[in-house]
Design a protein around this ligand. Sequence first.
Ligand code: NAD
Length: 488
Amino acid sequence: MPTLVVYQNYVHGQYMPNGTGETFEVINPATGQVSYLVERADEAVQQAAINSAKSGFATWSKMTAIERSRILLKAASLLREHNDELAAGEVLDTGKPWQEASVVDVVTGADSIEFFAGLAPSIEGNQQQVGDDFYYTRREPLGICAGIGAWNYPLQIACWKAAPALACGNVMIFKPSEETPSGAMRLAEIFTLAGVPNGVFNVVQGDGRVGAWLTGHEDIAKISFTGEVTTGQKVMAAAAGSLKEVTMELGGKSPLIIFNDADIENAVSAAMLGNFYTQGEVCTNGTRVFVQKDIYPRFIKRLVERTEQNIICGDPMNTDTNFGALISKSHQQKVLDYIEIGKAQGATLLTGGKALQPENSPHGFFVAPTIFTGCTDQMTIAKEEIFGPVMSVLTFSDEEEVIRRANDSRLGLAAAVFTQDITRAHRVIHQLQAGICWINAFGASPAEMPVGGYKMSGIGRENGSETLKAYTQIKAVYVGMMPLESPF
Ligand code: NAD
């Protein structure tokens, strides 16, 4: 058997060995085989990452915004230049199809870096006269920020967190998911190649223990977290100890509402994208598909036809494959367990509902695209985030009813409405409790658009110019122009 590559942590512009020799395995979800090993960040690595980040901050925050912008633009262009190699790395780690990774994952990461690089020089304070005196404000960086990522879009998540942080003059210590550690390492290498000073973007590797170390560390000013609600709660509680700022990008159980007058093919496309893209492992998925009663028979017919005919499951690197493997054996089991719960609670399984063993990838963690009908709002599959290719279809009669039912969730990440009636589209969207909304569209998330959740789906936003505020703090400076009045 060939020896496995062992990756180290990325600190101060280079790979750094840990002292303990402790490693963890990274599994290829499409084969079930170990792809490579990664050294866990021990205390020596953690301390080095903090020291390095402090020195990186001293350099980076003193540079002009134009200089930072120029370097970040170079990084964005290097990401695009290395698109195919980076996308292949994402496929190996995540099991998602090459078809997607090669046109989405790296590209949308690069877009965000480009977007924030463009905004960096426009960060400004203001000035106001107060009698003879005046004050002015400065938007200053926060310092060392930590990014903690999930495993579904590893490189993109690292880019979306690093881009606004670095553009504002902060530095970042990033911890990717232990299931998908390579994207962040590659990004760190590219930043170094682009001229980002050492210490500005360090990558520490490991599981929740390394994450918990970051969230508790008093030298870290902010945590930007992407992951499950329950982990987010732990992170926020730990961050409270040193009053860190937090951004929370958490889970969803989003409604996709299809009215009688919707374009059927578009609506079916949305339901499939919103449940089967990245084999259902997308936080914004529209997993509660509410279909108005008149359109329901035609909608379901086309949905099942297209799902059974057009989905090609298999080796994710095969260019024909459009449906990949779930992240791990345990996650595959979790998704299959939800399917059993759906059946036991009385939902009707229309298609899928089982593990798959495609010929060209027989040992991968695949689950067939699954559609349940006859669902009720109370069923577990219609309430909990499954994070796999399991769609719950529900029917409704009128607008008021569907809005009430769509909002009856503690989560509020995304929502979508399909209708040809322009006033209804806006009226309904405005009443939905969700941060990321689409009208006659699904899944688009350009760098210009702020994204994040309502309710328990999150706090704060990523992308969009709004996010600059979350990575800067305001210093107000009062300037006295007259002799100081004092009773003493
Ligand atoms: P997870 O919560 O299990 O892990 C996320 C990260 O947190 C990992 O890096 C993990 O190592 C780390 N972690 C675990 N315990 C920790 C602790 N105590 N302190 C600090 N860090 C800790 O989530 P996951 O399974 O990797 O990702 C799937 C989830 O992410 C889904 O719920 C999905 O909806 C969500 N997600 C949300 C968005 C969004 O933008 N809203 C995007 C992608 C994924």
